[in-house]
Design a protein around this ligand. Structure first.
Ligand code: ZN
Length: 323
């Protein structure tokens, strides 16, 4: 544990907004083959679901989560936002994924190459931009896709590859990433700059792409839009050190919030995107055994007394079939 030089080994999760929990589950579990690792409610708004998708155990760096706000109006994608969330698959699985998406009527906007890696780009049911990127050498040897999911493990999504953050002016975000958060510029092509997490951890989600889009309209929050992006830090002590470091910059940082499966602090980076730093522990087996993850609505202890009201408030959903 090093609280003098705390690390951010990569992403922890991305959280976005969906207008319909059921179509969201059908897409991320049924089409993309992620595991629903936790079905819970938004702790700050317990009448709506919070859905967590990830690998077999929902390891930090494999997680995409949604606040499901029934009937929420679509947001507008635009700076300053995370405008694409990319997952990593083996390079030899890209044809499989192109076929799988095409067969399901999901249009892939580009089948291009970005920094030497093939990219499939498409929209989820709320219009959110999702990408699948093929990597020759899995950076992450500990990848553990869910073996009981619908995709063969050798082709399955291994975790987050990267996020793309769009900014009209990117300088202050670059400054924060490089001089404070330990990221290094790895590559640049046209208006896209690729940053790599500075730590030696080779887990998932070590890349941030910054896209400079000076002429695009500002985005607005709503369905199909990313709400925030979270970076992982190993433990509470390092998170406390980050809290101090970020506060000293003059940025407003939230107190530590207990999210049951991790602890979180939030701050808005100078470019306007909401960042979170989340601890890697305790993880999703904190309140359910691994085999039971995602199979029923879980509530934090302080909401358990309101379970019956909450169960009536959230829409009924059908959970994905498990093998
Ligand atoms: Zn979060």
């Amino acid at each position: 544990m090093n609280t003098e030089n705390p690390t951010l080994p990569g992403l922890h999760h991305v959280t976005a907004i969906s207008a319909d929990a059921q179509s969201n589950i059908n897409f991320y579990c049924g089409v993309l083959g992620l595991r629903l690792v936790k079905l819970t409610v938004n702790f700050d708004d317990p009448a709506s679901y919070h859905l967590y998708y990830g690998d077999e155990l929902g390891r930090p760096g494999t997680l995409l989560t949604f606040f499901a706000w029934p009937g929420a109006a679509r947001g507008r994608v635009g700076p300053p936002q995370v405008t694409a969330t990319a997952f990593s698959v083996p390079a030899n699985a890209m044809d499989f994924w192109l076929n799988r998406l095409t067969q399901r009527g999901i249009e892939t906007e580009s089948d291009g190459v970005r920094f030497g890696q093939r990219v499939l780009s498409f929209l989820d049911p709320d219009g959110m931009r999702v990408e699948i990127i093929g990597e020759d050498q899995p950076a992450d040897s500990t990848a553990a896709p869910w073996p009981a999911g619908p995709i063969r493990v050798t082709y399955a999504i291994r975790g987050l590859h990267s996020v793309t953050i769009s900014q009209r002016k990117e300088e202050s975000t670059i400054e924060l990433l490089k001089t404070v958060m330990g990221y290094e510029l790895q590559d640049k092509a046209e208006n896209r700059s690729r940053f790599l997490a500075g730590s030696n951890d080779h887990g998932p989600g070590v890349i941030i792409d910054l896209l400079q889009v000076p002429d695009l309209r500002h985005g607005t929050l709503g369905a199909g839009v990313v709400h925030h992006v979270a970076f992982r830090t190993p433990d509470n002590a390092q998170q406390a050190a980050w809290h101090q470091t970020i506060s000293r910059l003059g940025l407003k940082v939230s107190p530590v919030m207990d999210r049951c499966y991790f602890h979180s602090i939030y701050y808005r980076e100078p470019g306007g995107v909401l960042f979170e730093i989340a601890t890697s522990n305790p993880g999703f087996t904190a309140d359910q055994p691994a085999a039971e993850l995602g199979r029923k609505l879980m509530l934090p202890p302080w909401l358990e007394p309101q379970r019956s009201e909450i169960e009536h408030a959230v829409p009924p959903i059908e959970l994905p079939l498990t093998a």
